[in-house]
Design a protein around this ligand. Structure first.
Ligand code: OAD
Length: 287
């Protein structure tokens, strides 16, 4: 990167990039979401995101959705590092499994972002896919009601991708992006969920793959590592900061984060009525 030889970085990310924002990941023992679902009385943890289970009983997901809806958390240093990759003209695309919306919130533009597991930004009937106003769906869910499709009377859900559902159209852009990548950065994911997990095997064999994660995952669990693979294990915020320092970007990222976060705060602060200064706008399978 320092020599300017890297120009098309693909970032692959998961819940570990948002733990620094106070959002639990899924599979970390003890703190992960799947270890803390006892109150929902579901047969197994992933059932809460299973489309057939939802079809039978949408209530556990809707109870959880009240907590998952974006709005309570801010992007952290790791998100802003990825935005800086974009600002430096180095980000070909970010593929995220996260549904917390923090990538958009930190300013990574839509055309650079693939939300592979969907988002809360839109909603539709889970049976006939008729679109439903996302804000109305949110209001109903927050009040403990089930939003109902006006066309077929099926339950409406936000367009987060459940086990048993297809991934969004945009995800299939990977077939063009990954062969073009000259560096793959994998951050904060257990690489346990297909088809997303296998994306990391679709860059050319000579392309460096950098894993930043607490523990080795996916192809990084095998020995020896592929010759162009490198992993930095530990807390993601520390590793990303270390990388930013090596690149000489640390202060720039902090300044970007401070100005963007202050802008967002003044935009949402009711005392600032003008709203100025804001530039915001088990190998499971999904199929
Ligand atoms: P997981 O919880 O499976 O994995 C998160 C990974 O990030 C683990 O390897 C953690 O060790 C690591 N991690 C967490 N916090 C970290 C930190 N501060 N520093 C370094 N590493 C950290 O989450 P995902 O891989 O994103 O799908 O899960 C993939 C999919 O499984 C999700 O999109 C979700 C879930 O079922 C659906 O809900 C459809």
């Amino acid at each position: 990167m320092k020599l300017g030889r890297v120009r098309n970085i693909v970032v692959v990310a998961g819940a570990g990039i948002s733990t620094g924002s106070g959002i639990p990941d899924f599979r970390t023992p003890g703190t992960g979401l799947y270890a803390n679902l006892a109150k929902y009385d579901i047969p197994y943890p992933e059932a809460i995101f299973n489309i057939d289970y939802f079809s039978d009983n949408p209530h556990p997901f809707f109870s959880l959705a009240k907590e998952l809806y974006p709005g309570h958390h801010r992007p952290n240093y790791v998100h802003y590092f990825i935005r800086m990759l974009h600002q430096k003209g180095l980000l070909l695309r970010m593929y995220t499994q996260n549904i917390d919306g923090l990538e958009k919130l930190c300013g990574i533009p839509d055309d650079k972002l693939v939300e592979a597991h969907g988002s809360f930004a839109t909603a539709a009937c889970h049976l006939c896919y008729t679109p439903y106003p996302a804000e109305e769906a949110k209001q109903a869910i927050m009040k403990g009601n089930v939003p109902i499709c006006t066309f077929c009377a099926g339950a409406v859900k936000p367009n987060v991708v459940f086990f048993g559902e297809d991934l969004p159209e945009k995800y299939f852009q990977h077939a063009e992006d990954f062969p073009k990548a000259d560096l793959l950065m994998i951050m904060g994911t257990s690489l346990k969920i297909e088809p997303f997990a296998s994306l990391v095997n679709t860059v050319k064999s000579t392309v460096p793959r950098l894993l930043l994660n607490r523990d080795p995952v996916g192809p990084f669990e095998r020995r020896p590592l592929r010759r162009a693979d490198y992993m930095e294990l530990g807390d993601l915020s520390d590793s990303v900061r270390k990388l930013a320092e090596i690149l000489g970007w640390h202060t720039e990222i902090q300044d970007l984060m401070n100005s963007h976060e202050n802008g967002l705060r003044s935009y949402t602060d009711p005392s600032n009525s003008s709203g100025e200064n804001s530039d915001s706008s088990e190998t499971d399978s999904m199929h």
